[in-house]
Design a protein around this ligand. Structure first.
Ligand code: PLP
Length: 397
């Protein structure tokens, strides 16, 4: 199966119908997400139901009934934009666009600002949108590497050596998916200064901004540099991936360009979605105060598990987000291992090949504590019972 994901990735340009590389992570999850008993693959906290959301943020039946399904404004309704701005520490809702997930924001921003041949610097590994969209436009991609041997710490000297006067855009994501690494406020400022020194755009994917384990959340990058664009989402820290709400903060000129593209795609958000999203953001702490303690408990469980299995697995303890990129140096074929985990052990994780890094597995610890413990226990049983190079005859319970 390893051929399936990677061959798929390297052959896409030969197929004239495809204009963009396949999103390997989505291909993997699509196959298994809906049917696997224990899902410890995801990058968000445990999802909420509508009843829970209504209770925690106070949406009444009357408010829902009063809603009229008018078209919404292209940048989102003003109440939602104000709530997002305030939540990001901004006083200016005019610099906010509400989108269908942050995926839409990323897609619009890249397409609005990039042209073939532009030089774009992006973290490696990265969430697929952050590389593939620029690549599909025909940009020249340069990779800023996060290395396990360096605890995934971003090397500022390396960024300095990559940035040149013809750099058009630098794309980062901190806290980072999949490694969980983040940066300090001082390093954030250094990154901004380097990008600003050549007047390039900076895209700061802040999908996990609220999910920090060591330091307080970072300031919103778009407030620190006028060519910075930040993106955020309700899919990760708020347990609402199915609501499909994200946003981007950028200059009004950039947002205007995005609207021109949006007129050909999703046009706007649903007013029903906007109503829920606005209230969630206004009462953000009511949800975060439930999920943050849960993910901190889960992180300790993963830490203990790694310690108990250190002959097989190594890690860098995450500073933010709810994913960790576990290193399995002795597993020769990570996809076979992950397929086996799904099909014979009922446990879903993500093979590192989805991020072009074999030997790693992305584990998500944002969900139910009971399921996390059970999933990890099945993985250790498999590791202990198997000859890792021929996993087929092994047992996971
Ligand atoms: C780093 C990062 N950015 C953006 C997204 C897109 O999420 P959404 O469109 O649900 O906001 C994801 C989803 O996993 C992600 O990991």
């Amino acid at each position: 199966m390893i051929e399936k994901l990677t061959a798929n990735a390297s052959n896409w340009q030969k197929n004239s119908i495809n204009k963009i590389a396949p999103a390997l992570l989505e291909n993997w999850l699509r196959d298994y997400y809906f049917t696997t008993e224990i899902d410890i693959s995801g990058s968000g906290v445990e999802d909420f139901s509508l009843a829970e959301i209504r209770k925690h943020v106070g949406i009444t039946q009357q408010e829902l009934d009063n809603l009229v399904f008018h078209d919404s404004p292209s940048l989102g309704c003003m109440g939602l934009r104000q709530a997002i701005a305030r939540n990001c520490g901004s006083t200016n809702p005019e610099r906010v666009m509400a989108t269908n997930g942050s995926s839409e924001a990323i897609f619009l921003v890249m397409n609005a600002l990039l042209q073939p041949g532009d030089k774009v610097i992006v973290l490696d590994p990265s969430y697929h949108s952050l590389i593939h969209i620029a690549e599909s436009i025909g940009c020249q991609i340069e990779r800023w590497h996060l290395r396990f041997e360096q605890q995934f710490v971003p090397n500022i000297e390396e960024l300095k050596s990559l940035v040149t006067p013809d750099t058009r855009m630098v794309i980062v994501n901190f806290p980072h998916n999949p490694t969980g690494v983040s940066v300090s406020v001082e390093t954030q400022k250094e990154i901004i200064d380097i990008v600003a020194s050549v007047e390039a755009y900076l895209v700061w994917d802040a999908a996990f901004a609220e999910l920090t384990h060591t330091n307080p959340p970072l300031p919103d990058a778009s407030l620190l540099y006028d060519k910075a664009i930040s993106t955020g989402t309700l899919s990760k820290a708020y347990g609402l991936p199915g609501l499909r709400v994200g946003w981007c903060l950028a200059s009004t000129e950039v947002l205007e360009r995005c609207v021109q593209l949006r007129d050909y795609t999703t046009l706007a958000l649903s007013p029903l979605v906007e109503l829920i999203a606005q209230r969630v953001i206004q009462k953000a702490d009511n949800l975060l105060n439930i999920r943050l303690p849960q993910i901190r408990t889960n992180l300790e469980i993963v830490a203990e598990w790694v310690d108990q299995n250190k002959e097989f697995v190594k890690w860098v303890r995450p500073q933010g987000g709810v994913t960790t990129f576990l290193y399995f140096p002795d597993i020769p074929d990570i996809e076979t291992f992950c397929h086996y985990l799904v099909n014979s052990c009922g446990v879903l994780v993500v093979p590192g090949t989805c991020f072009y890094h074999p030997n790693y597995v992305r584990l998500g610890f944002g969900g139910s504590t009971v399921k996390l413990k059970e999933g990890l226990s099945r993985i250790s049983t498999l590791l202990k019972n198997s000859n890792i190079s021929s996993i087929q005859n092994s047992k996971c319970d």
